[in-house]
Design a protein around this ligand. Structure first.
Ligand code: ZN
Length: 189
């Protein structure tokens, strides 16, 4: 079973979500280079896990943290950290995987990505962050409201008041915690 979280609504946010509970125990889900390869396939970005070694893993972590810094600066209306900006821009300027359509035996078209390497896929994720941060949806990126989680998600709800990264995960836990708090606050009968 996958331990990755895909509640963010965008590849860049789901990639940032490979490190969760950032202000407490910090749960790292990209521990080995193989984890990185699995993330790409589970995210639907590659049909087979691309080769990745320790250097790719280190680059993936540093791109992830640079994107996280940009999103948190945007959400908290803080000054944009220049090193993070340069890192994300540097990745976004690199070539992303080339794509083409191929006609299968059943006559249907399928999408083929020939050069989906760890490097080109990281470039694609950086470009997704550029698109999101530089577009009209930037103000819709939120942090999960359930205390330890810290995952970021794109709020696509009509009201714009989505509070949790997932309703059945953090949403359910937050509601249970609120119920327990109310019950504890009630005087003994
Ligand atoms: Zn959450």
């Amino acid at each position: 079973m996958s331990t990755f979280r895909f509640h963010g609504g965008r590849h860049c946010l789901n990639f940032i979500a490979t490190l969760s509970r950032r202000r407490t125990e910090r749960i790292e889900r990209l521990v080995t280079p193989a984890d990185l390869g699995h993330w790409f396939t589970e995210a639907g970005l590659a049909s087979a896990a691309p080769a990745a070694g320790e250097p790719e893993l280190r680059r993936a972590h540093s791109l992830r943290e640079a994107m996280y810094e940009l999103f948190t600066a945007c959400m908290r209306e803080r000054e944009v950290p220049p090193e993070a900006l340069a890192a994300v821009n540097g990745w976004a300027a690199r070539p992303a995987p080339a794509e083409r359509l191929e006609i299968g035996p059943d006559g249907r078209l399928s999408r083929i990505r020939d050069d989906a390497t760890a490097e080109t896929l990281l470039a694609e994720i950086a470009r997704d962050a550029v698109d999101l941060l530089g577009g009209p949806l930037a103000g819709r990126v939120r942090e999960c409201g359930f205390h330890p989680c810290t995952l970021l998600f794109l709020d696509t709800s009509r009201s714009g008041h989505r509070r949790w990264c997932s309703m059945d995960g953090c949403g359910a836990r937050a509601k249970m915690a609120a119920y327990r708090a109310r019950r504890a606050a009630r005087p003994e009968e």
